[in-house]
Ligand binder design. Sequence first.
Ligand code: ADP
Ligand code: MG
Length: 233
Amino acid sequence: MLEISKLHKSYPIGDSSLHVLKGIDLSVKSGEMVAIMGSSGSGKSTLLNIIGMLDEADEGDYILDNVPIKNLTEKKAAIYRNKFLGFIFQSFNLINYKNAVENVALPLYYQGLKRSERIEKAMFHLGKVGLADWAKHLPNELSGGQKQRVAIARALAANPKLLLADEPTGALDTKTSHEIMEFLQQLNDEGKTILIVTHEEDIADMCKRIVRLKDGVIMEDKFVTQVRASQYV
Ligand code: ADP
Ligand code: MG
């Protein structure tokens, strides 16, 4: 699914630079559910953004679904991003003036579907996250957990091979966090490959593998017995 080797990333700060990723090697197979952990500032989001083609590495190789991701034009990158990747963020990143179903339909715009087909497909995905009755509601009329469900439906709308989640439960209470994790586990049970950045141990334990970043390197990478979220919800 993805192969990363000797990946480096620095950010310029004034005249010097901050070396954030210092030679990351990571390989993820189809069907995995991986937690990326590490303290704040350890480079988790930087790594996820590179994997998600929202940012580029300075050095190293990244192969996604057999495609080397390097020096792609903005247009090609957008096509791959839309075809391969779904994103979920801590702050949901929904568009405030669009209702739930319109938010879910957004990624379908790039697939050349007619508006009626986009809405129909978006309704299907909204139904899958249990929010069919909330389709016409704006994000500010939804709870945090509901907003994240809309974001998950949006991430899934274009049927991506890889789902990337940056602190998806970071803005949610424990119960809602576990509901979201239960949903992500079900998706993974159905075969979806998922990478989750988190700094919460209980969330990481609900994945099947934990990768720990420290000072720009992977200090630990282990497979774990998955704790099922359903036992808490
Ligand atoms: P994490 O997600 O683990 O908290 P990040 O990947 O967001 O960490 O950030 C790693 C380090 O890189 C931090 O010190 C952060 O301040 C810095 N950083 C992140 N993005 C940028 C940027 N666009 N420009 C400059 N520095 C950045
Ligand atoms: Mg982060």
